[in-house]
Design a protein around this ligand. Structure first.
Ligand code: GAL
Length: 394
């Protein structure tokens, strides 16, 4: 038993290590101070040229969705004549910091930032503020800084609730007293959203643990113990393979609550390779990534929580326009927007360690084999190419 815990501990420390090391290099240096003065001079030069430049900083391109977010945001901003500087930071914190610094040097008016690690950008955000650059946190909250004007995301707590509720209904827990076995695969602990997904899941599942209707055979319930560094499919797969070989040789696994699709892919691969019993295991996800849509259509994954990224981009662009026109948008932005989708203005749910950040939250949706054709293909979000491969629609 001991050496099994050693393996899980090392996987957990590996997750914390890869999330912790990028922090080391964020101390303010004299070079930083020089950068600040250089920025203010470029600001003066740009003040009157009438161009509006927006910087978009996305965390990574390995995780499918950020490529779409970047593309949707860029095309939406360009519709209004904005110039766009779009960058992807390859999950490297230093790279995200230097890309933001370059954007400030380029004289952007506003930056839209989805942070790799929300707690590592406070110094470059200070530079942005000194250069008069506005800051919108996109999808993931910017932490420990006053320099964030607004936050646009989905209701992240609701994502977790929807995943847990799906498992409860699929296992018909309210109609039986049998104990069912589940495992938990949480996201990247430095991603502020991961905690909201986890809390939404756990708050919904706890009553069933207490009633003895749900059991985690591995005993792994804690946020950090179940975490998956960088949302990596490989890390999720390795952990699930060890859990299956350690605890499910003679136990039945009924469900795996995965926080998103990249981790769900890892769980599905592990079940395929290391789970010998023939019952159907319920697997949750989030983002409707292409590989996972195939798995839902083939029955290997049960559901995904879909987030209409185009709408998240539309909210961000309309918010940016209002901010750059000198307004201080609030709930009226939603009333006056004419958006054909639901969005909630929230000033209390997202505290970043310094303040409650004014937030616009969109509503996620559950997709499974019963509605995926209608919601993804009939709407044109996805289509098939001439070889029958799923591709992004126009
Ligand atoms: C979260 C995001 C999710 C998922 C995850 C991994 O911050 O809200 O949609 O994509 O990151 O990228």
């Amino acid at each position: 038993m001991k050496n099994i815990n050693f393996i899980f501990l090392s996987l957990m420390w590996f997750t914390l290590l890869i999330t912790g090391c990028g922090k080391a290099s964020t101390n303010e240096t004299s070079a930083d101070k020089e950068a600040v003065s250089a920025v203010s001079s470029s600001l003066v030069n740009r003040a009157d040229d009438g161009r509006i430049i927006v910087g978009i900083s996305m965390p990574d391109q390995q995780l499918e969705r950020w490529n779409r977010d970047g593309a949707f945001l860029k095309s939406e901003f360009e519709k209004y004549g904005y110039e766009v500087i779009l960058s992807f930071a390859d999950n490297l914190i230093d790279k995200q910091i230097s890309e933001l610094r370059n954007m400030i040097d380029e004289g952007v008016d506003l930056v839209v930032v989805s942070a790799i690690d929300g707690g590592t950008l406070s110094s470059v955000l200070d530079e942005a503020s000194q250069a008069g650059v506005k800051v919108i946190a996109y999808d993931r909250l910017l932490m420990d800084t006053d320099i964030v004007d607004y936050y646009v995301s989905f209701d992240n707590y609701m994502v977790g609730e929807l995943q847990a509720r799906y498992v409860i209904d699929a296992l018909k827990l309210d109609a039986s007293d049998e104990t069912r076995n589940i495992e938990i695969v949480t996201g990247d602990p430095v991603d502020n959203n991961a905690r909201y997904f986890y809390n939404g899941e756990m708050d919904t599942l706890v009553p069933y643990f207490e009633k003895g209707k749900l059991n985690i055979v591995s005993g792994q319930k804690d946020f950090y113990v179940t975490a998956t560094g960088t949302w990596s499919t490989e890390i999720a797969q390795q952990r699930m393979q060890i859990i299956l070989n350690s605890y499910y040789k003679h136990n039945r696994l009924d469900a795996v609550v995965c926080a998103n699709d990249s981790t769900a892919l890892g769980a599905v691969n592990a079940i395929r390779s290391d789970y010998s019993q023939d019952n159907k295991v319920i697997v949750t996800g989030q983002d409707a990534d292409v590989e996972n849509v195939y798995n839902i259509l083939s029955g290997n994954q049960s559901m995904t929580v879909f987030k209409a990224l185009k709408n998240e981009a539309i909210v961000t662009v309309d918010l940016t326009r209002a901010v750059l026109e000198g307004d201080s948008p609030d709930e009226k932005l939603i009333e006056e927007s004419g958006w054909d989708f639901e969005c909630r203005y929230d000033t209390t749910s997202y505290n970043n360690g310094r303040k409650n950040v004014k937030s616009y939250l969109l509503i996620p949706k559950v997709l499974d084999s019963s509605n995926i054709q209608k919601e993804l293909f009939d709407t044109g979000y996805y289509t098939y190419d001439s070889d029958g491969n799923i591709i992004l629609g126009e």
